[in-house]
Design a protein around this ligand. Structure first.
Ligand SMILES: [Fe+2]
Ligand SMILES: [Fe+2]
Length: 189
């Protein structure tokens, strides 16, 4: 219930602010600029709110490509699963669905890491050990976050999502992209 307070809260703020604007017009009159400025600010609230909400959802960009289609497809699916989890949080689909979305994301992350590591091993990628360490550190952290979430869901699911979004994009754009040259040179695209 409390997770949908976002939209409800915005509506409440707007109603309160509009009452303030009406009082402002009543006291200062229509020729005073202040109530008009307040009115413009109130009108901008939904726009600002939507912009902030958009930031919570990831969108695939061509610049994220690592030049290997199978890995790009895995990364796209991970982005979709993160967005699915964000949707379950935003629309309060229930703890059961939320947990299912989180488990699905963690499972697919592990599947992807295994697949990526195998591909790199098969192609004698020289930085494989360092890459594996990053994956392992992430899995440890995410397992820990899931445990925390299951004990205190409302507090940690938002932090977990933020961490997932930032880590994934940074990892794809940094560490993963480093293998593009090696694999592409071996004819893997
Ligand atoms: Fe990776
Ligand atoms: Fe990856």
């Amino acid at each position: 219930m409390f997770k949908s307070i976002g939209t409800f809260g915005i509506v409440l703020i707007m109603i309160t602010a509009l009452i303030g604007v009406a009082i402002g017009f009543g006291i200062m009159g229509v020729n005073h600029p202040l109530p008009w400025i307040m009115l413009i600010v109130v009108a901008a609230i939904p726009f600002i709110h939507n912009k902030l909400a958009d930031k919570r959802y990831l969108e695939w960009k061509d610049e994220y490509s690592v030049g290997v289609e199978a890995m790009d497809n895995d990364h796209k699916k991970l982005i979709n699963l993160i967005n699915q989890l964000q949707t379950s949080v935003d629309y309060y689909t229930g703890k059961e669905f939320e947990e299912k979305a989180l488990d699905e994301l963690v499972d697919y992350t592990k599947t992807h890491f295994d697949r990526e590591e195998q591909l790199l091993e098969d192609n004698a990628y020289e930085d494989l050990d360092a890459h594996k360490l990053q994956h392992k550190a992430f899995i440890d952290k995410i397992n820990n976050a899931v445990d925390q979430y299951k004990n205190n869901a409302d507090v940690t699911i938002i932090d977990t999502l933020k961490f997932l979004r930032e880590w994934l994009i940074n990892h794809i754009n940094g560490t993963d992209k480093k293998y593009s040259e090696t694999l592409n040179a071996k004819g893997i695209h």
